[in-house]
Ligand binder design. Structure first.
Ligand code: ZN
Length: 88
């Protein structure tokens, strides 16, 4: 055992799997923990949902298909729009 586990992060905007992150196994979070990461598909920083097993991945994909994350995407991006507005 390496003491590390691979956790997959899925982008809430495009639903693609993000860049894999390694973290210690004993670092506990609740289910579907959010983390702001660079999405290579959206080409911006956006919340990703942490999935620790196939079940959670399946759940994320179902939520994503149902549009559960749409409002969160808006909220996640709104502050960036405000920042941009200062300069426009
Ligand atoms: Zn994305």
């Amino acid at each position: 055992m390496s003491g590390y586990d691979r956790h997959d992060f899925y982008c809430i905007k495009c639903g693609n799997k993000g860049i894999p992150v390694q973290r210690r196994i004993n670092h506990k979070h609740g289910k579907h923990h959010r983390k702001k990461l660079w999405c290579p598909y959206c080409k911006e920083e956006i919340n990703h949902v942490e999935c620790r097993n196939d079940e959670e991945v399946q759940e994320f994909l179902e939520n994503f298909a149902a549009g559960v994350y749409k409002e969160e995407v808006e909220a996640s991006l709104s502050y960036i729009k405000k920042e941009n507005a200062i300069w426009s």
